[in-house]
Write a protein that binds this ligand. Structure first.
Ligand code: C5P
Length: 301
């Protein structure tokens, strides 16, 4: 198989769970059954795949402002390398084509509920699909993604999507508003997803009822989302009380329509009328936090 390009780059946008209902637990492995509407923010990591002559296996280089937080002591466990190995195996790509350097520019905080690792894995699959000239349909890449983590399939398309099952069942999202702003804020405290699921107390939620026609504007979206929840928020606040401060700060921003935690935290988001309002509002948050304001990565489902 001939590589189609000298190097291929793919953005890995942050995943934001607009709501997250925990519906139950799966018998065989205790994974939680979810209903969640997910969008992707213009805040991104970047993955670049470069052919590496003279090597025999994929290797990883990490740079960028959040690189330090990533454990590269054991790169074999990194989702980027696991994704590369999984795709090479599935597509029967051996040396020399399988020898690529994967350059990950890490800008999204690690272990923060916005799926950075999952997004990186999905971007790796997309990049190598192009580099190796596979041209696989999205569903086939999602099949490989499923083996890497519950959130990875949703990150392949990186467009608004409704997640079911343990995260791997993907259904179309109702239409998102043409203009929508997002502020993301993280108190720079990592939260381990299994710990947050483990600390969750109480019963289970019902799936949400969403308007089929979708939303015309951010106000309508926020109004509907206000009737829904992130069921992991109380557990995350219990484990990491500063999450409550982040939510309070987001709610106090001018123009905030709704503030909520994403995923298992600790990153929280605020909805705003548009990207410019969100970018301006993010500047008002404490500098010690990781903060970002802008629009969706891709608005259409
Ligand atoms: O699939 P992923 O590696 O992202 O999941 C990390 C952990 O989060 C799992 O080991 C599990 O403890 C928890 N989890 C869960 N239910 C899900 C997704 C994740 O319990 N649907």
């Amino acid at each position: 198989m001939n590589p189609v390009a000298a190097a291929v780059g793919e953005a890995a946008p942050a995943k934001v769970n607009l709501y997250l209902h925990v519906l139950g637990r799966r018998g065989e492995d205790g994974y939680h059954l979810l209903d969640s509407l997910v969008v992707f923010a213009g805040a991104t990591d970047q993955v670049e795949a470069v052919p590496a002559a003279g090597r025999i296996a994929p290797s990883l280089e990490v740079e960028g402002p959040e690189a330090g937080a990533l454990s590269v002591e054991d790169p074999a466990r990194n989702l980027v390398l696991r994704a590369a190995r999984a795709l090479a195996q599935e597509a029967r790509i051996g040396a020399p084509a399988a020898a690529v350097t994967l350059r990950l520019t890490k800008r999204l905080p690690v272990a923060s509920g916005i799926g950075g690792g999952s997004a990186d894995a999905a971007a790796t699959l997309r990049a190598l699909d192009r580099l190796w000239g596979l041209g696989w349909p999205r569903a086939r890449l999602e099949g490989v993604a499923r083996r890497l983590g519950a959130d990875v399939p949703a990150c392949i398309a990186a467009r608004p999507v409704r997640m079911g099952g343990v995260g791997e069942v993907l259904a179309p999202s109702p239409r998102m508003p043409a203009r929508l702003g997002l502020v993301l804020a993280n108190p720079r405290l990592p939260l381990a997803t299994p710990a947050v699921f483990g600390a969750r107390a109480g019963g289970f939620s019902a799936p949400a009822t969403l308007p089929e026609a979708g939303w015309r504007d951010a106000v309508g979206l926020a109004r509907d989302l206000a009737t829904l929840r992130n069921d992991l928020e109380p557990a995350a606040i219990g484990l990491c009380p500063p999450v409550a401060e982040v939510l309070a700060a987001l709610r106090a921003l001018p123009g905030c329509l709704l503030a909520r935690m994403s995923g298992s935290g600790a990153t929280c988001f605020a909805l705003m009328a548009d990207a410019a309002a969100a970018a301006a509002a993010a500047e008002r948050l404490p500098r010690a936090w990781w903060r970002w304001g802008g629009g969706l990565y891709a608005a259409t489902a």
